[in-house]
Design a protein around this ligand. Structure first.
Ligand code: IPE
Ligand code: IPE
Ligand code: MG
Length: 232
């Protein structure tokens, strides 16, 4: 197994390019999402082996609700089906499974599947796997601001209070953000939390992204010199 001197505690991935993968294989878009699930399995397994503590995956953005109804319903079905299918695996490997995002828009049945998965895996102490569903960075900042306006009407709060009001409270900020499919943008992901994250963009489409691509990104991270605005 490859060893790294400087393994990120939290790796986050914008899993992009499923539609283009399907198009290149002359398949309907949803086939790209199905194949993307294989990549998720491979990367979760590799993260467990490597000893990464937090892996977060951007699976569905607030803006993705505006996609064609058929694609949205298939994605919702896929999320529910995959979660249930992975439960035993998560329990065996000490994975704590967490979903973060605006859950008001999910069906009651998806919400109960999510609750059940989160409850049953709550004691997992090896890898925390965070799946961002119906999430956007601006939504997160707004919901935090609303909470703080009630808790601190005097406006007397600092950056740590703000970070604690975000849905990612308790999860360290990502050290490494990987985006697949070559797009050089954040697409309204964790806007606050990514302030000092190292970014690696790869051309590989998400359904083709497997262990070797992940290890390459970790190797790239290891070469980075993180300065956090200071002089070294
Ligand atoms: C990412 O792949 C998955 C989701 C956003 C749900 P896309 O579906 O965005 O694939 P492209 O970008 O169209 O290729
Ligand atoms: C970002 O991908 C969201 C997810 C991967 C879930 P998109 O495909 O939605 O982003 P844009 O539209 O290319 O910016
Ligand atoms: Mg995309």
């Amino acid at each position: 197994m490859e060893t790294f001197q400087n393994l990120p505690a939290h790796v986050s991935i914008i899993m992009d390019g499923n539609g283009r993968w399907a198009q290149r294989h002359s398949l309907p878009r949803f086939k790209g999402h199905y194949e993307g699930v294989e990549s998720v399995r491979a990367i979760v397994e590799c993260s467990c082996t490597m000893g990464i503590r937090y892996l977060s995956l951007f699976a569905f953005s607030e803006e993705n609700w505006n996609r064609p109804q058929d694609e949205v319903s298939r994605l919702m079905e896929l999320f529910a089906q995959c979660m249930k299918g992975e439960l035993d695996n998560f329990l065996k490997n000490g994975v704590r499974f967490v979903v973060l995002g605006n859950r008001e828009k999910f069906s009651a049945s998806l919400n109960s599947t999510i609750d059940e998965m989160m409850d049953k895996t709550a004691a997992g102490n090896k890898l925390t796997l965070v799946v961002f569903l119906s999430y956007s960075g601006k939504w997160d900042i707004l919901q935090a601001a609303r909470k703080l306006a009630v808790e601190h009407p005097d406006g007397n709060f600092g950056p740590d209070d703000f970070a604690s009001a975000l849905v990612t409270d308790g999860i360290p900020d990502p050290d490494l953000l990987i985006r697949t499919s070559g797009e050089m943008r954040i697409s309204n992901y964790m806007l606050w939390q990514l302030s000092y994250t190292e970014i690696v963009v790869v051309d590989t489409l998400w359904p083709d992204f497997r262990k070797s691509n992940f290890l390459d990104a970790l190797a790239e991270y290891e070469k980075r010199d993180r300065r956090f605005g200071k002089v070294k």
